[in-house]
Design a binder for this molecule. Sequence first.
Ligand code: AMP
Ligand code: GLY
Length: 419
Amino acid sequence: MTGKGAREYATIWALRQHNPSAEIFCAPGNAGIAQLARCVAIEHQDVESLLKFAYRTQPNLTVIGPEAALAVGIADRFRDLGLLILAPSKQAAQLETSKVWARYFMKRNGIRVPEFRDYTDADQAQARVVKIGANKIVLKADGLCEGKGVVLPYDYQQARETIADMLVWGKYGEAGKRLLIEERLSGRESSCIGLSDGKTFLPFRPARDYKRRFNGDQGLNTGGMGGYAPVPGISDVALQGIVSDIMRPAVSGMAREGNPYVGFLYGGLMMTEEGKNYVIEFNARMGDPEASVIWPLLRSNPLDLLLAAVKGELSGVQAEWSDQVVVCVVLVSGGYPGKYEKGFPISGIADAERLPGVLVFHAGTKFNEDGIVVTDGGRVLDVEGLGKNYDEARTRAYEAAALIQFEGKDLRTDIAAGL
Ligand code: AMP
Ligand code: GLY
């Protein structure tokens, strides 16, 4: 497995539940992952070193966590060497790595999307903003921007500056050389994530994440402040509708166009007032923190599902799910998503884990020289409460979160409130 966040912890944790004696490596991992797997000091974007390591150790399967390596074709490189890897090819990963490419793909495959146009010329882009209105559009850099490439301008001035930053000043690098301007929708967001083997899509439980830093969805976007699964309002029947209208057409469209998609496929959806789901984005990976709320609900052995996906054998495979719910509260470093300090000792994890229905998944942690677990990122720990309803799961998550301490610890207090 590649990566070092809670998504990778959650995935390895799920594999470990069912495969206690499997040998699992994680590059590079974190302090929690080190208790479940062997951490290898290779960064997740270092494709050459990952390739060498995998060639030497010949794992049965490699799973990619973050998207950066997908954009440079890690899956193609592994497959060229005969190594099994659960990740889309460079071409197929364009569903995430090029927002413009992905929009045209969705449109020609009959998948419902907001209206959009793409631009390389700043004057033309600005003319579009003037025509439609700055607060009715969304500006998106075409390429990967670590979650910072989407701007919902509040006025014309901000729209103009963003367009100039992308198309004139190159502040978003290559990723911002092309710009998407799309219709701004409003509605409830959800994440429909599952596995594709190139032909079939197997949905996981739907989930919701909280992207904004502060209560009431205020403040800057973050990598995720919490989440829950499943999602009230997305019944099994509704999920089947999403699969047949969105996820399956995406998988079959990719295959028909000669780019079969193998790996986790993540549909970021928005349900508008008239009850229609639009695709806000596709991601070519598991979500974070969605992984933290989805994996604890899986009853089947995840390894069977991952191997079936990689071997093109998902057809007919059923996943068994618990009927519990999971609520996740993310503990973050003070200052995040802006500047923050790292290296503060963390206490109370074991006390939290002793509570019934509680799991603690490490995100940004490491062992310091004295072997103490310290903070090592903006998002530090995902604290999960499991329960028979959202109230119970939520209470458990917050009780556990209160037991964990580190300097600057912060959190949102409204995760899964009022469900
Ligand atoms: P993305 O990186 O594409 O997921 O965008 C980040 C966030 O921007 C999404 O989770 C939405 O909240 C918001 N967003 C993106 N596109 C749209 C849109 N067309 N209409 C409204 N909100 C959007
Ligand atoms: N939770 C949002 C993402 O993984 O992109």
